[in-house]
Design a protein around this ligand. Structure first.
Ligand SMILES: *Cc1c(COP(=O)(O)O)cnc(C)c1O
Length: 470
């Protein structure tokens, strides 16, 4: 028998790991949160925010009691959350959580798998493979299209643009992975004027510069004007968009993508929330032609309503993607099965595919289609109701986005502030054609028509307060 003594802290942690009660307590808090969220103010009030001061303390020297730690999170953290799972949160395209997807996440959190390699987690390797196949099928993408599971669209975009940059330079006889950008042949980057800021961030990180980009003008709905595209060639990295962040509009893929590919260009689609339209029998007219792009970035945590931290990169050329993201080390054991780290910038990663698999399995093909249609129907209804109350709607409601104003910039800005302080609902702000607008994103299955009626009433009241105070 060893005479060595285990450290006190490890003894304690082992005891806690075996304490089922602690996890029962967490479950109780989570379930009570999920019930109270429907009544909680959509944005936390000043009292809840002030309560967060309990977290501001010096790093504790000694061990903490796990029940006190969990209790502190629930009693002070929960009331200060943004109630985005409640049904009346319309700021940003955030989405709710499909119940079994959340439950699956809890289970997989207990697994604590590392999704880097098949040999680290055969179960996650298989679930990633299944999700990849299902997504290719759902979006009607070319057979053999690869998917990588990352934190969000920003990272997915970075992967897609890396693959595109490397591919174009390889075609020019230049191995940028080995030689770097020093002395590399020039390539041209073309984006729509309405591109999401994460596009510019990714291009800046990739050494492609934000000032050398060719910006194509957008039409009144924020769509790239296809006729304004210059002659495309095999030195072109073109970025198009499924779902403009303000209007929700879609670029004309049918015109742009086949032409660009025929010219040898790499076409990346920012489909963060909009690519899901391809899964809808009714709305897939919006994404017609998108399948002929080279790569796609999207989020499962937005339109699909999977929990956060669920971005996806898809690339029609598997080898180009894995070559761009590959790394080697004597201790890394690749297998004949799917090794997830080949498809992402990360090595160690949590098992995101678990929640994605559960969400897709829960909805099925028809369910995804119905969910997407429902978000669109509700956005249309929201717009109609606001219009009836003499708000101005600035976009065609093609998908889930509604851009609203009162018709007067000053009153609009004040109305937005009042809405955000109302606790009834929450909308974001944006500038559209130089004027402030209120940006509504309908993106949770949780939202009901009653929620929209209540929210419209809150809009009307917020405008009244803004007008009366003038
Ligand atoms: C949300 C969004 C992004 C960024 O996605 P993250 O998951 O937040 O990284 C990119 N493009 C569009 C159009 C988006 O809506």
């Amino acid at each position: 028998m060893s005479q060595q003594r285990n450290s006190a802290v490890c003894d304690r942690l082992r005891e806690e790991a075996a304490d089922g009660e602690l996890f029962e307590q967490a479950k109780e808090y989570a379930v009570s949160y999920m019930c109270q969220i429907l009544d909680q103010p959509v944005f936390p009030g000043p009292g809840a925010i002030d309560g967060l001061d309990v977290f501001r303390e010096p790093l504790p020297v000694h061990s903490g009691d796990p029940y006190e730690i969990l209790g502190r999170l629930h009693h002070y953290g929960s009331p200060a959350t943004v109630a985005q799972t409640g049904g009346r949160y319309f700021g940003f395209v955030n989405g709710g959580i499909i119940p079994v997807s959340l439950a699956a996440k809890w289970l997989s959190d207990a697994w604590d798998q590392n999704a880097a390699l098949s040999i680290m987690s055969p179960v996650v390797s298989v679930l990633e493979e299944v999700c990849e196949n299902w997504l290719v099928d759902l979006f009607h993408l070319p057979k053999g299209t690869a998917a990588g599971f990352v934190g969000g669209s920003s990272t997915a975009m970075l992967c897609g643009l890396t693959a595109g940059r490397n591919h174009l330079l390889e075609q020019l006889g230049y191995d940028v992975s080995k030689k770097g950008l020093f002395g590399a042949p020039e390539i041209r980057v073309i984006v729509g004027a309405g591109a999401h800021s994460s596009v510019f961030k990714a291009l800046a990180i990739l050494g492609l510069g934000s000032e050398r980009i060719v910006k194509i003008p957008e039409d009144d709905q924020g769509r790239m004007v296809a006729a304004a595209l210059p002659e495309l060639d095999s030195r072109t990295l073109l970025i198009v968009q499924a779902g403009n962040v303000n209007t929700g509009s879609f670029d004309d893929f049918q015109t742009i993508c086949p032409k660009a590919r025929a010219a040898g260009a790499w076409v990346h689609v920012d489909g963060a929330f909009g690519l899901w339209a391809a899964a809808s029998a009714r709305l897939n007219c919006l994404t017609k032609g998108v399948e002929s792009a080279s790569s796609w970035s999207l989020d499962a945590h937005k339109t699909l309503n999977a929990p956060y931290d669920n971005g996806i990169i898809m690339c029609s050329n598997r080898e180009t993607l894995t070559k761009a993201l590959h790394m080697a080390g004597s201790y890394i054991i690749y297998s004949d099965h799917r090794d997830g780290m080949l498809y992402t910038p990360d090595m160690s990663r949590r098992a995101r595919a678990v929640e994605l698999w559960a969400a897709l399995k829960s909805l099925g093909r028809n369910g995804v289609s119905e969910l997407v249609d429902d978000l669109h129907d509700k956005a249309v209804y929201f717009g109609e109701q606001l219009k009836q109350h003499h708000f101005v709607i600035h976009n065609e409601i093609a998908f889930n986005q509604v851009l609203v104003s009162t018709g007067n910039p000053d009153i609009t800005a004040k109305t937005l502030k009042n809405i955000q302080a109302s606790g009834i609902c929450w909308g974001g702000g944006a500038t559209w054609r130089n004027d402030p607008v209120i940006r509504i994103s309908v993106c949770s299955y949780r939202t009901t028509y009653e929620d929209i009626d209540r929210s419209v009433a809150a809009f009307v009241l917020a405008r009244k307060i803004a007008t009366d105070r003038r």
